[in-house]
Each structure stands twice: as structure tokens, then as C-alpha cells.
Design a protein around this ligand. Structure first.
Ligand SMILES: Cc1cc2nc3c(=O)[nH]c(=O)nc-3n(C[C@H](O)[C@H](O)[C@H](O)COP(=O)(O)O)c2cc1C
Length: 360
């Protein structure tokens, strides 16, 4: 099976082509520190060719949800060192996913401050998980150019911190309706300055952050995750094909390691005007970097995707969440544990580090 064969991604040698995609688990403490359970959780999954951490806040300002980890204080960096060391001791590789939530936050968990966003447009049609229960989204504050420049710098500092903490690289979270994604969509960006209007302007923030990350830690340690047809977080684009075609053409000019490309999810139907084209065929073929395919893959479809030759690696979310030994299960054609939705976000070790390994 090609999925189980090794591959090269940037300067990393992956022992198989199965990555674990980033998953927020909301088990950090109030100071954004990960603890022993998080060390155990990632170490259990070290047989993945590559692990992406849950999204990690680059700054206090980047905060959207409670109990999510950060990488901007000394204590946070020290806490992550225990994770990276333990994963490396088990022969694994681990990349930190860098996160700014933009309008996908709530003042309840931001010391009373409203979230920042490209424009003052709230998320419609969904509620936000806060430390005081589910709440409607607030109207965010429009981010100033000065704040944009600071945010770009914060991404660079967080990347430096991640490398100091022992991570093998960093991934810009530009998917799922968070700040970088918000700059691309008309439903969150109606700016009339250099960061809105044209495709070039709407891509500017992502390109600036990518340049900052590449300049800070080196392109071989940098990747990006995008989700072109995924409407999560009320992401609606007038023309998603042209928007992402422009972004990908600009990304192709930069020197970095990979693009993780999410397909649409059956759980989140795209707006009616979006084309029914397969994202790997459309965008995957445009990307002149190694592609990591994501969303909805099982053993058979992942192997077929690798055979197609567009993607070099496939990343699995929920399957790795529930199956710490997923590569072995694929190898042995073994049955899979089912993920428990009730324990995905928040809580203790149940549904976190107690999914059984085979023969347990
Ligand atoms: C509990 C949970 C948390 C997630 N958190 C993140 C996240 O922090 N960053 C991210 O890029 N994607 C996140 N995702 C999306 C997954 O990485 C993945 O893209 C998605 O689940 C589709 O892959 P799958 O079909 O293999 O599960 C999350 C998904 C789940 C189920």
C-alpha cells in the first residue's frame, strides 16, 4: 500500500503518507498551557507520518475559544517542549498549527474585548462555544492596518517560538473561517483599502504572513492549510474559484514546503453557487508544491488519492482522533474505533487518551 510507504516533505522524511490533521481539543488550562494528557495524546499518535497539532494561538489577541493552547509565553513554550520531545522520542514528527481566530471569538473569553476581523461583519447562522456556554456572535471590530502589521509580526514570533519549542515546522491555519480565510471572503471582508476589493488585495494578508513565516524559520519548515469550498464560519465568496486560483498562483511564487488542501465536507454543504468540481482536480493540480489531501478520506479513498498522483500525503482528522494506531490498523485491515462527538471539545482524559490500541 503506497499510503504506508515513506515520503519526503520539505526537509522532513515521513515514515508513511498518513498525517494526522489539526484538531482543537480544548484541553489546555486557563493560561493556554498544555499538560501531561496532551503529551500522552500526541505521543500515542506518533506512528503517523506527520502530526499537525491542534490550532495554537499566536498571541493573546488571537484568542477565540477557551481552553485552547498558546505559544506566546515562556510557560507555553516550555509546555510544548514536553510534547515535541516525547513525540520525537517515539520516532514521530510534529508541526505546530498557528492560529488567529479573527471574528470567530467572543468577548467573554477575550477579557471583554471584541474580536478583530477584516470588516465589522458578524458570523451568521451559527453560535460560538464560550466558557459560559453557546453564544451568538458579536459584531467584530474592524482591524486597522497597524493591527494587521502587528498580527503578521505575531505570526513570525509564534513561528520562532514553535521552532524553539522543538516543532518540526509550522502550518498557517488559513482554513475554516479564521482570520486569514476571513480576508478572502466577501462575507467577512468589505474593505476598500489594500486588504479588500481585488483578489490581490484579499490575498495580501495570507501572502504577507507566509513571507513572514518563511523569512523567520525558513521555507522548508512552513506550510499552509486552505479550505476553498468549505463554508464553515459563514465563509461565502462571490467567486471561490477565482479567489483561490489567484491565491494559489501567488503561493506558487513562494518557497515553502506544502499545501494542505481540504475538500468540502458532507456535514457543511457549500453555497448553491459554488461549482461541484472536485477540489483535488481543480486546485490540487494548480498547486506547485507537495499537496496534502484532507477531508473525508478512508483507507480506500486515501490510497486511490495517492495513486491519482496529485496528493503526496493524506491527512486524517476524526479517524486519527479515535484510532491512535491508525497506520497499523490500515496495514492489518483491522476494524476502527468510532469517534465520540460528545468528548471532542473540552473535558478530561475520557475521549482524549483512552481510545484503545489494537489488541488492548
Ligand atoms: C474536533 C475537531 C477539531 C478540529 N480542529 C481543527 C483545528 O484546530 N485546525 C484545523 O485546521 N482543522 C480542525 N479540524 C478539521 C480537521 O483537521 C479536518 O480538516 C476535518 O476533520 C476533516 O478531516 P476528516 O474528514 O479526516 O476528519 C477539526 C476537526 C475536528 C473533528
Amino acid at each position: 500500500m503506497k499510503l504506508l510507504e515513506k515520503t519526503q516533505l520539505g526537509n522532513l522524511t515521513l515514515k508513511n503518507k498518513m498525517a494526522m490533521s489539526a484538531m482543537t481539543r480544548s484541553r489546555a488550562d486557563i493560561n493556554g498551557l498544555v499538560g501531561e494528557s496532551t503529551v500522552a495524546y500526541y505521543t500515542q499518535r506518533a506512528s503517523a507520518g506527520l502530526i499537525f497539532t491542534e490550532a495554537i494561538r499566536i498571541s493573546e489577541e488571537a484568542t477565540g475559544s477557551p481552553f485552547t493552547p498558546g505559544i506566546f509565553t515562556e510557560e507555553q513554550i516550555e509546555a510544548w517542549k514536553k510534547v515535541t520531545k516525547s513525540v520525537h522520542d517515539k520516532g514521530g514528527l510534529i508541526i505546530a498549527q498557528l492560529w488567529h481566530t479573527g471574528r470567530a471569538g467572543h468577548s467573554i473569553d477575550r477579557n471583554g474585548k471584541l474580536p478583530l476581523a477584516p470588516s465589522s461583519l458578524p458570523i451568521n447562522g451559527m453560535q460560538h462555544f464560550t466558557s459560559q456556554g453557546m453564544k451568538d456572535y458579536e459584531v467584530p471590530k474592524e482591524i486597522t492596518v497597524e493591527e494587521i502589521k502587528q498580527t503578521v509580526k505575531d505570526f513570525g514570533q509564534a513561528a520562532k517560538n514553535a521552532i524553539d519549542a522543538g516543532f518540526d515546522g509550522v502550518e498557517l491555519h488559513a482554513a475554516n473561517g479564521y482570520l486569514p480565510n476571513q480576508f478572502l471572503a466577501e462575507s467577512s471582508n468589505q474593505r476598500t483599502d489594500d486588504y479588500g476589493g481585488t483578489y490581490a488585495n484579499k490575498s495580501r494578508f495570507i501572502i504577507e504572513v507566509m513571507n513572514e513565516l518563511i523569512g523567520t524559520v525558513g521555507g522548508e519548515k512552513v506550510g499552509i492549510k486552505i479550505s476553498p469550498f468549505h463554508p464553515y464560519g459563514d465563509m461565502v465568496m462571490d467567486n471561490p474559484v477565482d479567489t483561490y486560483t489567484h491565491l494559489i498562483m501567488e503561493l506558487n511564487k513562494l518557497d515553502f514546503a506544502y499545501v494542505e488542501l481540504m475538500r468540502r465536507s458532507p456535514y457543511f454543504p457549500s453555497p448553491a453557487h459554488y461549482p461541484a468540481i472536485d477540489e483535488m482536480q481543480l486546485f490540487g493540480k494548480m498547486i506547485k508544491k507537495p499537496v496534502i489531501a484532507n477531508t473525508g478520506y478512508d483507507k480506500t479513498s486515501a490510497e486511490a488519492e495517492i495513486e491519482n498522483g496529485i496528493a503526496q500525503v493524506v491527512s486524517f482528522g476524526t479517524m486519527f482522533l479515535a484510532n491512535p494506531d491508525l497506520p497499523r490498523r490500515f496495514e492489518l485491515n483491522a476494524s476502527l474505533n468510532e469517534p465520540d462527538r460528545a468528548t471532542m471539545f473540552g473535558g478530561g482524559d475520557q475521549g482524549y487518551i483512552d481510545y484503545p490500541f489494537l489488541n488492548e
